[in-house]
Ligand binder design. Structure first.
Ligand code: ADP
Ligand code: ASP
Ligand code: MG
Length: 464
């Protein structure tokens, strides 16, 4: 069971989470808890690390650290009644706060922040949280022990900021947690792990979902539960479409497409270990635990809903390359995409017209400059004549396994957008036919999501 930052935002919520975990344990289940950082802490750590490297103001760091310590002390006081458990948590917090302050002050003096130090600094959110959750469980009379991802056995490559677990992780975790799972609730920090050299790595923002599925797969869990502050995976981001409704059941593939295409509710790699080991994933609301939430499973029962959800990716840019030299020239696409891959550019979407005279693709906004630079050699060789970029765009994706082989879905999507005067800049449909994605200008993107929700009746209240 993984608890997100909002679910453990303060001591009162942590107390609630501890009692939820305790109830499942008392019912006879073996449970592993995976914890995020307290809400907002990871953002705060990253901001202050940046500030420290840019401005080097030690007093500012001291003030941040005092507030951070207070936030966690307050949580201990509110969440843990037993004084021994509270003292143990405080002792852990003090040790972590001390290390973190030294590291941030070091960055102030050095003025540099490497990907490795970013991972180290951002790991502290989870490392401060786990002892509190574990203490709150012990305070309820159930044995519990806190682990970092590395201590639990998660070993990754050294791709800081987006590390991937090595295969031996699964055996390590099964052994470490297997030894105590019967009578303890182990609490493992989400998001963070260790390289083979023992250096802290992270799995990418929102990575605690991924930790939960890695651990679930390792201990051969019956189910992997992700507890959040929403009712499950919804038909759209509830912040854009207020009447979006929770989806009761979706397939692994649909969930992957949804998270890949911007539904912030799941870390995109979460589903991978679950698929490999055939473990159902459930997304549930921490504050309404009786509600079933969303069940993510292998089987793709074709539902009556052709379209399950509509998502939006912001902070992306479109690049259009063109030139008469591209027509019939074998290998241009291969060279272009290898050059981009070598530069570390993440390509979100591709579209090529059959005339072959131009090709468009969408990349992360943050990668735009390096992408353009990577295309330079092709320009010099004249294999492409022109590169045009637009960063004022968003990708909208319409997802649902039910549209596979159903004629007319694309017609409905683009028909309604046309009627609503929403201009479509680029279109792509994979041959899996599980999604149709398209590009619109940023100022029309939210409207596009709302219009499609209405068209496919994704917002109307529904019997559960
Ligand atoms: P966690 O508490 O696990 O970190 P997140 O904040 O990562 O949870 O994910 C939940 C948030 O994702 C919700 O607050 C919601 O605003 C956003 N979200 C975006 N798209 C969707 C969607 N399709 N379904 C549910 N939530 C979504
Ligand atoms: N705390 C990390 C983040 O904010 C990981 C997570 O919450 O899943 O990205
Ligand atoms: Mg998250």
């Amino acid at each position: 069971m993984k608890f997100g930052g909002t679910s453990i935002a303060d001591g009162k919520k942590i107390r609630h989470v501890a009692s939820l975990l305790n109830d499942y344990k008392k019912e006879g289940h073996e449970v592993v808890a995976v914890t995020s950082a307290l809400g907002g802490v990871t953002d705060g750590l990253l901001e202050n690390a940046m500030e420290a490297s840019r401005k080097g103001k030690v007093p500012q760091i001291k003030e941040f650290m005092a507030n951070l310590a207070k936030k966690h002390y307050d949580a201990v006081e509110e969440a843990i009644d037993d004084s021994t458990a509270a003292d143990e948590a405080i002792e852990q917090i003090d040790a972590r706060i001390d290390e973190l302050e030294k590291a941030l002050i070091g960055i102030c003096y050095l003025g540099e922040l490497t990907p490795r130090s970013i991972d180290y600094i951002s790991s502290y959110g989870e490392r401060l949280a786990a002892p509190i959750i574990s203490g709150a469980i012990r305070s309820l009379g159930t044995k519990s022990k806190a682990f970092t991802g590395g201590e639990a056995g998660i070993v990754t490559n050294s791709n800081y900021g987006k590390a991937s677990p090595l295969e031996k992780t699964y055996e390590n975790v099964a052994k470490t947690l297997g030894e105590i799972i019967e009578d303890h609730i182990p609490v493992v920090t989400g998001f963070i792990a260790e390289s083979e050299e023992g250096i802290i790595t992270t799995l990418g923002r929102s990575g605690s979902d991924y930790t939960a599925s890695i651990i679930g797969a390792a201990v051969k869990a019956d189910e992997i539960w992700l507890w959040k502050e929403v009712h499950g995976v919804m038909t759209s981001d509830p912040r854009i479409v207020p009447d979006a409704r929770p989806i009761m059941q979706i397939s692994y593939i649909e969930a992957m497409e949804l998270s890949y295409f911007g539904a912030k509710v799941l870390h995109p790699r979460t589903i991978v270990p679950a698929i490999k080991h055939g473990i159902p994933v459930r997304v549930k609301n921490t504050f309404e635990p009786d509600f079933g939430g969303t069940l993510i499973v292998a089987d793709q029962t074709r539902s009556e809903d052709v379209v399950k959800a509509v998502t939006l990716i912001r902070n992306v840019a479109a690049i259009n390359i063109s030139g008469a030299g591209m027509v019939g020239a074998i290998g241009t696409a291969a060279r272009v995409f290898s050059a981009l891959a070598d530069a570390g550019v993440n390509i979100i979407m591709i579209s090529q017209s059959s005339s072959e005279a131009n090709m468009s693709f969408v990349v992360d906004d943050a990668h735009l400059d390096i992408a353009v630079k990577a295309l330079q050699p092709e320009l010099e060789k004249n294999s492409i004549a022109d590169v045009v970029c637009d960063s004022n765009i968003c990708v909208v994706a319409v997802v649902g396994a039910g549209m596979d082989g159903i004629p007319g879905v694309a017609g409905r999507v683009f028909g309604v957008l046309g009627r609503e005067k929403i201009n479509v800049i680029m279109i792509s449909q994979g041959s899996s036919q599980h999604n149709i994605s398209f590009v619109v200008s940023s100022d029309q993107a939210e409207d596009a999501v709302r219009v499609l929700n209405r068209e496919f009746e994704l917002g109307a209240p529904r019997e559960e």
